[in-house]
Design a protein around this ligand. Structure first.
Ligand SMILES: [Zn+2]
Length: 431
């Protein structure tokens, strides 16, 4: 089901014309109302009159994560504070939180983009949405909530945590749509198995999983364990929250709501815009947002774009599922490694569970990567020799895929801490 056929199937020329108009209006507004943006434009010698088409976007300055410190908390505000009706922030685990301030119209844009996302999983009025994203300053919970309300579905606003209760509510209210992080979905699936709850008997049919990068193998794992179709969704607090992009039923890239959020992929070193298929950093511009608009915001997320037509009928550009983040990227003895690449390898192997942690250390000025992986019950019962053989086999598979030596350590079932939100995959002791 396509929620908004007009915008989601717009022809490329019409779409670009619309994007160009919206960008021109945005730049004009930001130049008048936000001193920070005006200064940046002046530094680059660009005036609002220079921006007439969407292609002119490359003349505008980037906004970096580091700039967000300078504009904290509300220096990017483009409206009077009295027009703000809601505020969300990022977790701020690595510094000051990033603020998103919404006007009433912005909440409408958010509900619209999330309704499109939910509709990719065929969510309609007759669905029951079990929303296990956290409610609060984090955007996950309320983003799904507003989208589901616009559709008219029944929302179970359970938020994160309390897994035992989650499962009984999921069963008793006969949820058909599950929304949470992929790592939490996996945790729910495991807990269900321990309690003898079989997903076969439940009406659950689709899961919208995001807020973390996850792999194709993880998708297969979740689909088999929970007997649902698992779709990847993408968003970030700075831009709106979830709702920026999501997978359709074809499961081949995430459609970006590009009438609302204009995407570019750039070379993170040079800032050059890259063509379709070339991996780089995703940059997003909020074309219609009023409260705290983002102009060419560098997300640090690594992906590539694909403008080819999709079988679902939507014409919007697709981004490949996240390949990692520029700040998650581990540089091990000069080789770039993303946790998602390691996950992909691990989940292909027999005897191991999709729970892992990466420990990076520096020993005698050399980086070392230890990969701790949980074994399943069957492998656990084997003798030491067999385990050593399994560790060697995993290390060889990782070497073949990544080109680096790793130390693989199998740990007993349940040894890796489970997350109720975003999983912590990397412990970098070099910092
Ligand atoms: Zn599609």
């Amino acid at each position: 089901m396509i929620w908004n056929p007009h915008y989601e199937t717009l022809g490329r020329n019409d779409l670009e014309r619309l994007q160009g108009e919206r960008l021109g209006e945005l730049v004009d507004r930001l130049h008048r109302r936000v001193p920070f943006y005006r200064r940046r434009m002046e530094e680059r010698g660009v005036k609002p009159a220079d921006v007439n088409r969407i292609a002119d976007i490359t003349r505008l300055p980037f906004l970096n994560k580091d700039d967000m410190r300078e504009v904290y908390p509300l220096q990017l505000l483009a409206v009077d504070l009295s027009e703000i009706v809601e505020v969300h922030t990022s977790s701020g685990t690595t510094g000051l939180p990033v603020v998103d301030a919404y006007t009433s119209k912005d909440l409408g844009i958010w509900a619209e983009s999330m309704a499109r996302t939910l509709a990719m999983g065929d969510t309609s009025r007759s669905d029951v949405v079990h929303n296990a994203y956290g409610y609060g300053l984090f955007t996950g919970g309320l983003g799904v909530h507003y989208g589901a309300r616009l559709i008219g579905a029944t929302i179970i606003p359970i938020s994160g945590g309390n897994t035992v209760r989650q499962l009984s509510i999921l069963k008793d209210f006969r949820a058909t749509v599950l929304t949470c992080t992929p790592s939490y979905a996996l945790h729910l699936a495991e807990a269900a198995r321990e309690q003898g709850l079989d997903f076969q008997g439940l009406p659950l049919r689709v899961g919208l999983f995001g807020a973390e990068s996850w792999s194709e193998s993880m998708r297969r794992e979740l689909e088999a364990k929970m007997r649902l179709k698992a779709l990847d969704i993408y968003g970030l607090t700075e831009v709106i929250g979830p709702g920026v992009a999501s997978e359709c039923e074809v499961q081949d890239g995430l459609h970006i709501c590009e009438d609302l959020f204009y995407p570019e992929v750039i070379d993170p070193q040079t800032g050059q815009v890259l063509p379709d298929g070339a991996k780089g950093e995703l940059v997003l511009t909020t074309l219609t947002k009023e409260g705290t608009p983002m102009l060419r915001y560098r997300t640090r997320d690594i992906t590539f774009l694909d403008h080819s037509p999709c079988r679902c009928g939507r014409t919007s550009v697709r981004m490949h599922r996240l390949l990692g983040r520029t700040d998650d990227m581990l540089i091990i003895r000069g080789v770039n490694v993303f946790p998602s690449q390691i996950e992909e390898v691990l989940l292909r192997l027999e005897g191991v569970e999709p729970h892992y942690q990466l420990i990076v250390e520096r020993e005698e000025r050399l980086d070392s990567l230890e990969v701790q992986v949980e074994m399943n019950e069957r492998l656990f019962s084997d003798e030491i020799k067999q385990l050593e053989r399994a560790e060697r086999r995993i290390a060889e598979a990782l070497f073949a895929a990544l080109g680096i030596q790793t130390r693989v350590k199998l740990v007993e079932p349940k040894a890796i801490p489970r997350s109720e939100g975003k999983a912590k995959r990397v412990i970098d002791k070099r910092k």
